[in-house]
Design a protein around this ligand. Structure first.
Ligand code: RIB
Length: 300
């Protein structure tokens, strides 16, 4: 039997403390609503992705920044408990750990506001130094997202070995696709339908996927109960999602990205890794909070 080398998943991203508010409706502009329940949870797209990838069996390193406060300490303890390597999670002396207000309606849809805090202080130099310490290998998978400064994304692109290493960028929040300048490196972009529309202005997900594919090394659009759309080199394929009871969609995209990165790090093909990621994302929506239901491979 031939054993394939297994890579690590290295996440460059955010760590937040989530305040989760269950609401009868998501407030419209000018509207005030009363919550039906309020809880606290661990969050941040980067941390969620890292924990999800670790649950799927990957060796995971997180490059991030938290505040020197109780939220930061609790987040680090939780990450270590989830077997995420936190040697590259830095602490800011003054800025607080990132916070997120997550409103969830009875259908499980959410609206999120993030106060970046320490996440906004992660620097390109720190990312460069962390990735140099980790000695990237062609089998590794780097995973970035939009809750850290864009200079950190550019530093990630610049640190990629000449060939091999996968780079997955989750365009959330959408903003813009990272401009990687002279590196010429393009990521595999993962976005949901809202983010794809914001990035391209295209009226349909197919058109958005085509427009994004011209600017990326492949595209995966997550489409909630409709699964995902994978587009590479002029071809696209739909991947259906299993039917599940939706409690809260918060973090489903993060679990998708973590599972996708874990699959790619094991050497699985993009369509196969994306199919597993669809199942992982569907599992994630069955409980409240970004970390309420994180699947292990046996759950899928
Ligand atoms: O994707 C969900 C996450 O977005 C939450 O955990 C919140 O912290 C924000 O980063």
């Amino acid at each position: 039997m031939k054993l394939l080398p297994v890579g690590r998943v290295i996440v460059i991203g955010s760590v937040n403390a989530d305040r989760i508010l269950r609401c009868p409706v998501l407030p419209a502009p000018g509207e005030t609503v009363l919550t039906t329940a309020a809880t606290q949870g661990f969050g941040g797209k980067g941390a969620n992705q890292a924990v999800a990838a670790a649950r799927m069996g990957a060796a995971v390193h997180l490059v991030a920044k938290v505040g020197r406060d109780a939220d930061g300490e609790a987040a680090l303890t939780d990450l270590r408990g989830a077997e995420v390597e936190t040697g590259s999670v830095l602490t800011h002396p003054d800025a607080p750990t990132g916070q997120a207000i997550v409103m969830v309606d009875p259908a499980g849809e959410n609206s999120i506001v993030v106060v970046p805090g320490a996440n906004a202080h992660l620097t390109a130099a720190e990312v460069t130094a962390a990735l140099a310490r980790l000695h990237l290998l062609p089998v590794d998978v780097l995973l970035t997202s939009g809750e850290v400064p864009e200079e950190c994304i550019r530093a990630t692109a610049a640190a990629l070995p000449a060939d091999g290493t996968h780079w997955v960028h989750n365009a959330a929040p959408a903003g813009s696709l990272p401009d990687t300048g002279p590196t010429g490196r393009r990521p595999l972009v993962v976005a949901n339908a809202v983010e794809a529309r914001q990035l391209t202005g295209a009226p349909t997900v197919e058109e958005a996927a085509r427009a994004l594919a011209r600017r990326a090394d492949g595209v995966v659009l997550t489409l909630g109960s409709e699964g995902a759309l994978v587009a590479t080199e002029g071809r696209s394929a739909r991947l259906p999602a299993p039917a599940v009871q939706v409690v809260d969609t918060t973090g489903a995209g993060d679990v998708f990205c973590g599972a996708l990165a874990a699959g790619l790090a094991r050497g699985v093909s993009l369509p196969a890794a994306a199919a597993t990621a669809v199942a992982a994302g569907a599992f994630a929506v069955t409980a409240l909070g970004a970390r309420g239901a994180l699947p292990r491979p046996t759950d899928l």
